[in-house]
Write a protein that binds this ligand. Sequence first.
Ligand SMILES: [Zn+2]
Length: 297
Amino acid sequence: MLCVLPGGLVDEAGTVHDEVELRGLSGREEELLAGDGGAETCAAALVTALLSRCVRRIGGIRQVDADVTRRLLVADRQFVLLKVREATFGERVQGSVPCPWPDCGRRVAVSFSTSDVPVRAARDKGPVHTGVLSADAMPGAGDADRTVAFRLPTGADQEALSGLLEENEAAALTGLLARCLLRVGPDASVDEERVARLSPLARLEIERRMEEAAPRVDLLMEAECAHCGRAFSAPFDPQGFFFGELRATADLLRREVHYLAYHYHWSEREIMEMPRARRGRYIAVLADEIERSNECV
Ligand SMILES: [Zn+2]
C-alpha cells in the first residue's frame, strides 16, 4: 500500500521524504503486538515497533528501522498506524463508545471508514519553525528577544516522556517544550529551567504555534446516541483501538492457524507469516470445499 504522509521526514539536505510504502501485519506480528509483553511496553514504543516492521520505505529512505520511525512526527505516526490498520483489517472501523451525557451513559455503536478520517497536511515542512511572541507574553523584551525557534514533537519525544506523562502531565509538557524549543531570543540552549521561566502566556503562544505548524489527523468521531437521541463527538484513539482489536482477535488467530494447519498440513511458522487477508482467503476456499462435499453426501 502507498500513502503520503501529512508531514514528512526532512533529511539534513532539506529533502522531504513523505511517500510511504507499507504492508499489513503478518500473523506473527499480530501475536507479538497482542501478547502480554505489549502491555508492559509503553504505547509509543509499541507503535515504533509496529511501524518499523510494516513500513518498507519512506521517500528515498529504504532502511526504515526504529530510529527512523521515532523521528516521524506524532501525526505522521498516527496516520501510518491508521494505514497499517487498514492494510491489516480493511477500511471499516466498528466499535462502541459510551454516550457522554451523564443521565444516559449507554454504549453507542460507531462505524466509520479510515479513508474518511480528515487529514491536514503541514504547509511548512520545517523542520525548524520560527515565530515572534506577543509583547504581553514577554513584557519589556524586543522583537529579537521574543523570537522563538522550535521543531515539532516526534515519536522519540513521546517515548522519552511517556513515563512522566502518566505521573505528572504538567512536568511532561515542560519536558516536551524543553526538547522541542531550539531557541528563545538569543538563548540557544533551552532547558527545563528556561521553559519554567517563560510566562504562562508565552507557553500558550508557543503551544498554539506548534499546533498550527503541525500536520493533523482529525480523530474526532461524530456520533448520535441511539438511546437518548443526542449527538456528540468522541475522540478516537487509534493505538488503543488497534491494539485492543489485536488482543480481541488473538483467539481467532490461533483457531485460524489450527484450521489451516489441520487441512493444509502447513507448518505454524508458514501460516503465521501470512497476513490476515490471505489466511481469510484460504479459509473461505476451505469453507466452500467443505460445504460442497457435504452436499454430495
Ligand atoms: Zn445517550
